[in-house]
Design a protein around this ligand. Structure first.
Ligand code: FAD
Length: 437
């Protein structure tokens, strides 16, 4: 147990908390007399942003201007443009005439920024729970309990505020069993090397990750059949048209947060196609081009099976057999595969199970989700002056940008502002919200 009390401890160090660390770093340099003491715990051994999906050709799905800082402060030297200048690629990038850099390049940008705020981060440390520290009926501090990788020991960090940004976890069908031959696309770049010589690989799913996985396997395995199975009749293009794109604006977060549950549901329904189960049009067209080229050449490797579903998989010592049903006809074909890849999406982790006892301090809505104020702070009783800020897992309160990069720079500015100004009045005793549940 360390006796030091931090102003802020962050759980997770992906782009969301990295952007917050950058905002803190800039604040501390500008106002050393009001400097914040922060610590971010990251379970990975080093910075990594979905490394398993760092497909060489994949590009970003947001403009590079939605980097860690620009939407909050275009003059910040943590911008993607400043990174390019340091890498001596600024002019080349401008000549490239794109708003959408390679994902690998943006990863390098994140790593560059992460290295500059490394003093705020501890890697290889997994947070396992958070405990309220109650003194005279008030919870002013939280103890963040963490386990350094490869040990059973635990370390505790005491803090006045918490920023939870643990990101998304892969989603699999209930019946799916992960093995060396059956896995989620999040592992793609770690696994593709093992598939050299594969005869057939099968990918389930019609979203961006599914289409990217199909394209990458088709490129990387020149002798393999690549079968794509999904229920739609065709991949649906992502709506990134300018008016629809406003759903990612900072002002849209204001609108969404203030709206009724009915209006929230309506807006989500209208604009899901900006983000969910959709694919960049360029990629759809590229896959179509490849399929058509193969039809002309008479050697079919890309095997797109729409209106179909994977009924079951059965694995033997040599292969995995996938039963694929064509939904309109009901015909079932069993395919011998070297791998079955589930590109079946992601969802935010359960913040309450991560927070442990501290989770009982947070008010829940009718659906059991955390009530989150506009400044991204979870609502707690007045007797709780410690702040719990949520980045991610707040789509129900803050809208579609909750799990995306679009609004990260602005969001962390709002959190920093709240940290610097927001201390809660203390009126009701903490037991009223069940701190010891
Ligand atoms: C392949 C892929 C591509 C994407 N591309 C885009 C894109 O182009 N544009 C866009 O807007 N969005 C994109 N997204 C959405 C994605 O959610 C955001 O890009 C971004 O990752 C959100 O950042 P984050 O920091 O909130 O979460 P993450 O990046 O997921 O980071 C969370 C971090 O928390 C760590 N962690 C989790 N639990 C613990 C714990 N208990 N203790 C310590 N550490 C923990 C994890 O190791 C991880 O490093 C993409 C998502 C995926 C999967």
């Amino acid at each position: 147990m360390t006796t030091e009390v931090y102003d802020l401890v962050g759980i997770g160090f992906g782009p969301s908390n990295l952007a917050l660390a950058v905002a803190v770093d800039e604040h501390n340099r500008r106002h050393p007399q009001r400097a914040l003491r922060t610590l971010f715990c990251e379970r990975q051994a080093r910075f990594g942003w979905h490394r398993g999906m760092l497909i060489p050709d994949a590009t970003m799905q947001v403009s590079f201007l939605k980097d860690l800082v620009t939407m909050r402060d275009p003059a910040s030297d943590f911008s993607f443009l400043c990174y390019l200048r340091e890498r001596d690629r600024l002019v080349d990038f401008i000549n490239h005439k794109t708003m959408f850099p390679l994902r690998t390049e943006f990863h390098d940008y994140f790593e560059w920024a992460a290295a500059r705020v490394a003093d705020q981060v501890r890697y290889g440390v997994e947070v396992i729970s958070v405990r309220p520290v109650e003194v005279d009926g008030e919870v002013a501090h939280l103890d963040v309990v963490a386990r350094p990788a490869g040990t059973d020991a635990v370390t505790t960090f005491r803090t006045r505020n918490l920023a939870v940004a643990t990101g998304l976890s892969p989603v699999l069908p209930a019946e799916a069993e992960i093995t060396d031959r059956v896995w989620h696309n999040i592992e793609l770049m770690h696994r593709v090397g093992d598939l050299k010589g594969a005869g057939r690989v099968l990918v389930v799913g019609a979203g961006q990750s599914g289409a990217e996985t199909v394209a990458e396997l088709h490129s990387a395995l020149p002798d393999a059949q690549v079968t794509a199975v999904f229920a739609k009749y065709g991949y649906t293009p992502a709506d990134d048209s300018p008016f629809a794109n406003r759903i990612f604006d900072p002002a849209a977060v204001d609108d969404f947060h203030g709206a009724s549950a009915e209006v929230k549901a309506m807006l989500m329904g209208y604009h899901r196609a900006t983000n969910y189960s959709v694919v960049d049009l360029d990629l759809i067209e590229e896959l179509y081009r490849r399929e058509y080229r193969e039809k002309v050449a008479g050697r079919r490797r890309l095997d797109i099976r729409p209106a179909s579903r994977l009924q079951f998989v059965r694995e033997t010592d040599e292969a995995v057999y996938a039963a694929v049903e064509h939904l309109p006809s009901g015909a079932v074909e069993t395919l011998r595969c070297d791998a079955v890849v589930y590109a079946t999406g992601y969802r935010p982790g359960d913040v309450f199970s991560l927070l442990g006892r501290a989770g009982a301090l947070v008010e829940r809505d009718a659906a059991g989700l955390p009530v989150v104020e506009r400044d991204h702070r979870a609502r707690t009783a007045d007797a709780v002056s410690a702040g719990i800020y949520l980045q991610g897992g707040t789509e129900h309160s803050h809208g579609l940008t909750s799990t995306l990069l679009s609004n990260t720079a602005v969001r962390v500015g709002e959190i920093l502002q709240s940290l610097l100004t927001g201390s809660r009045p203390q009126r009701t005793p903490v037991r009223a919200v069940g701190a010891h549940a």
